[in-house]
Design a binder for this molecule. Structure first.
Ligand code: HEM
Length: 397
């Protein structure tokens, strides 16, 4: 068995059968493709590795090189920093991301979502992923960072370019996108040098690690990480979550009947979709693992999507989409030291989106094919035409 885990095609087909085969027959599996790497597919193994950043480092990058895509290089970012510096950096910014802080954003998020859904005309086919969903997370992050509203469209072009550079529809190269983003953030830092506000740029400018201020390039990299980590992921959770509700009308009906189930449905969407397919680590020493030896310098690929279908944890119905699933200890946000910093924000955005969507439109159908984004890390939705209708009209038909 050799799987090309670096290829977008692997994820755009249905990877579940390959994941199942690997979990059952070869949970620590060497693939020759793409320079060689170990595929890790069992839940408990991914948890074990995630808990040992001293053995499995993030410093040389955390995602597989896409063979179709030039490398953007490994930047010094929170996500590519190992302990102990990682913890110090993370503490600096985590203040802005505690569940309590994030709750304060709810009214603003609801306004943004309502504004997006106001553009939907009942019964008329419209492009949903790019047209309705995508602007929502971009705008929210832009606001947190402190970027002026009129810039959010640029943000989206750059983050699309960085995440989906293998996609033929995206004209910008990864390097160009990185360059544009960095230039923009540098400009924002210069503005905030002279007039602080309460946005993230201002917080980072005042922050110190071990008595030292962060260098401008560290701030730029952190902002870039937020943009990249928070945009495509949340957008695809919502777009593919909507698709899951379209394809499972019985589950959708449960949410219409009892909206209090929406938070649990969001967890199931996270598990079932797993918007971030994988993260990688490099072994810092030889590590005997199950019946294999992971050698120093070798890459391990943590396939979160495979762990999220692990029958040992989620039971015999692990491959089904069940909005009432409980417990649901999925790994869609990763695990350990680097687990997603934005998870409360992502959960809130998705909950508010589905509360607003389902209260207006419980009738939903696809209109045509879903066009996916070619990416090995966040293989999202590029275009998805849907027709939405209010529940009342549907009942009257
Ligand atoms: C559905 C939405 C999201 C998913 C599925 C997701 C997934 C992930 C995953 C799997 C990791 C782990 C990285 C690793 O193991 O190396 C991660 C880390 C991270 N995420 Fe998210 N994420 C989402 C939304 C967000 C949002 C909204 C933000 C912020 C605005 C964000 C910011 C981050 C940051 C900064 C890290 C790095 C944390 C660290 O290295 O300590 N994410 N995310």
């Amino acid at each position: 068995m050799d799987y090309d885990l670096g290829s977008p095609e692997f994820y755009l087909g249905d990877p579940a059968p390959a994941y199942r085969a690997l979990r059952h027959r070869s949970p620590v599996h060497w693939n020759n493709a793409n320079g060689g790497s170990w595929a890790i597919t069992r839940y408990e193994d991914i948890k074990w590795i995630g808990a040992r950043p001293h053995l499995f480092s993030s410093a040389q990058g955390v995602n597989m090189q896409d063979p179709n895509r030039p490398s953007g290089g490994v930047s010094k970012m929170l996500i590519t920093t190992d302990p102990p510096r990682h913890g110090a950096l993370r503490r600096l910014v985590s203040k802005g991301f505690t569940p309590r802080q994030i709750t304060l954003l709810e009214p603003g998020i609801r306004d943004i979502v309502r504004g997006a859904l106001d553009r939907v005309e009942a019964g008329v086919s419209l492009e949903f992923a790019e047209g309705i969903v995508a602007p929502v997370p971009t705008r929210i992050i832009a606001e947190m960072i402190g970027a002026p509203h009129q810039d959010w469209e640029d943000f989206r072009t750059w983050s699309d370019a960085v995440i989906g550079a293998a996609d033929p529809d995206i004209a910008m190269t990864t390097q160009e996108a990185f360059g544009a983003v960095s230039h923009y953030f540098q400009h924002l830092i210069e503005l905030r040098e002279s007039s602080r506000t309460n946005d993230l740029v201002s917080i980072l400018l005042d922050a110190e690690v071990d008595g030292e201020k962060l260098a401008d390039d560290e701030i730029v990299n952190f902002l870039r990480l937020l943009l990249l980590a928070g945009n495509e992921t949340t957008r695809n959770l919502i777009a593919l979550g909507t698709l899951a509700l379209i394809n499972h009308p019985d589950q959708r009906q449960k949410l219409v009947d009892d909206p209090a189930l929406i938070p649990s449905a969001v967890e199931e969407m996270l598990r079932w979709i797993t918007p971030v397919t994988h993260m990688t680590r490099i072994a810092t020493e030889d590590v005997p693992f199950r019946d294999k030896l992971i050698k120093k310098g070798q890459t391990v690929v943590l396939l979160y999507g495979a762990a999220n279908r692990d029958e040992d944890v989620f039971g015999a119905d692990a491959e089904e989409f069940i909005v009432t699933r409980n417990p649901n200890p999925h790994l869609a946000f990763g695990t350990g030291e680097h687990a997603c910093l934005g998870l409360s924000l992502a959960r809130l955005e998705a909950r508010v989106f589905f509360e607003e969507l389902l209260s207006r439109f419980s009738g939903m159908e696809l209109d045509g094919e879903v066009v996916r984004m070619r990416s090995n890390m966040v293989p999202g939705v590029k275009r998805m035409h849907v027709r939405l209708s209010p529940a009342v009209q549907e009942a009257a038909l």
